[in-house]
Design a protein around this ligand. Sequence first.
Ligand code: NDP
Length: 451
Amino acid sequence: MSIIKDVLAKAKQIDPDQPEFHQAVEEVMETLEPTTKRHPEFVKANIYGRIVEPERTIIFRVPWVDDKGNVHVNRGFRVQFNNAIGPFKGGLRFHPSVNLGIIKFLGFEQIFKNSLTTLPMGGGKGGSDFEPKGKSDGEVMRFCQSFMRELVRYIGAETDVPAGDIGVGGREIGYLFGYYKKIRNEHTGVLTGKALEYGGSLIRPEATGYGTTYFTAEMLATRGLDFKNKIVAVSGAGNVAQYAVEKVNQLGGKVITLCDSTATIVDEQGIDAKKCDFIMELKNVKRGRIKEYADKYNTCCIEGASVWDVIRDQGIKVDIALPCATQNELDGSHAAALVKNGCICVAEGANMPSTPEAVKIFQENNILYGPGKAANAGGVATSGLEMSQNSLKLSWTREEVDNRLLIIMKSIHKACVETAEAYGKKGDYVTGANIAGFTKVARAMLAYGVV
Ligand code: NDP
C-alpha cells in the first residue's frame, strides 16, 4: 500500500464514526500522491500521517439557563489542528448537527486554506451543537458566555484565534469577545469578525462572499469570460450567500436563487441590490425565514427543497453556481443537472458543499470548479488582515482591505493554476489548491523536526 492509502485507512479505522472527516482527508490525500515522489523527505518524516492528526482536541460541557429558568447543557468543541505556520485559526459553528467529525473536517480543510492565503495562520475549528435559531438574545448571550468560560483557557491572540461560521455572526462574536475581555482583563485580537467599534476590520463581513466572487471572476477570465449577464445560482441566505449576491450584482451578473434550511426561492427577475438589503434585514436582524422574501416579492418558493433540488427538478438554466450553505448540499444528481443545463463554473462559498460524485462530474465535464478551500479563503484571509490591524493598533480603510482581499484571491488563484500545471494537471483547481496549501505546511513541519 502507498503511504497515502495507509494514512486514509488508519484515519477511517481509528475514528470510524467521522464520515465528513474521512471525506475531507480522502479528497486532500488522493491529490497529494504525486508529492510523495517529488518529496521523499516528507515521506521519511511521516508528514502525511502527522498532518491528519490534530495537535489537540478539546471537548467540553456548556451549561446555560433559558429565559424560563430551565437549565440546558450542550457540548463544546475546539480542534487545534495544525499551528506549523501560525497560530491556530478557524471559525466556530453553532448548529445542532455539530459533532467531532464535522469540526475535524472543517479544521483539516482550514490548514490548507489558511496556508493558501499567504498569511501566517495555522488551522483550527470549533463550535457546539447549540441551535441559536429561535433563542432570545439573552439566551444566546448566556450560552456564549458559558462557552467562552471554558474556551478562554485554550485561546489567545498568539495561540488560537476563533471567528464565526454557521450560526456565529456579529451578535455571537460580540458576546464571546465581551466575556473573554471580562475574564482576562485584556483587549487583544483573540477573535476575528469583531464589530468595527471594538477592533473589527472593514470588509470582514463581506469578505467570504466577495472573495468567492473574485475567485470566480479569475476562473472565468481563464476562458475569456466574466460575470456580465450571467445567470447565477447561489444557495444559503447567510453571511456568505448575502455578500456573494451583492458582489455578483456589482460585477453585472444576475442571481436568481437563495435558500435556507426550510425552503428555496427562485426569482427570475434577479435578486437586485434592494432585494439583497431585504434579505440582510430578514436574516441578520429579524432572523426570519426565506419564505418571507417570496411573500414580499411574489416569487416562487419551494418548501423542503434545496436550490440544487429545484434547479434539477425544474430544469432551470444557470451559467454559474455558487453553493454557499453547507457541506454535501450538492450531490451527483444535482451536478449532472447543472452540467446538462449549461453551467460553466462552480465555485464553493461553503466548505465541502459538493459530494465527491459531484466533483467528479464537474471535472469530467471540464467545468471550471473552484473548491472551497481556495474559493472561500477570502473570509479567513480578511480575518488575518484583522489580526494584523489589531497587532499594529491601526485600522485600514475599506478600499485598502478590499484591495488586499482582491490581491490575495488573485494570488490564491495563481497558486492553484501554477501548482496544478507543475504537477501535470492543468486546470485542476483541486490538485492545485491541495498541493500548494500542503507544501508550505509540510516544509514548516519538516523544519521543526519531530514535535
Ligand atoms: P450562516 O449561518 O450565516 O448561513 C448559513 C445559511 O445556510 C443559512 O441561510 C442556513 O439556513 C443555510 N443552511 C444551513 N444548513 C442548510 C441546509 N442543510 N440546507 C439548506 N440551507 C442550509 O453561515 P455562513 O454563511 O457563515 O456559512 C455558510 C457556509 O460557508 C458554511 O459551509 C461555512 O463553513 C462556510 N464558510 C463561512 C465563512 C465565513 O466567513 N462565514 C468562511 C468560509 C466558509 P437557516 O437560516 O435555515 O439555518
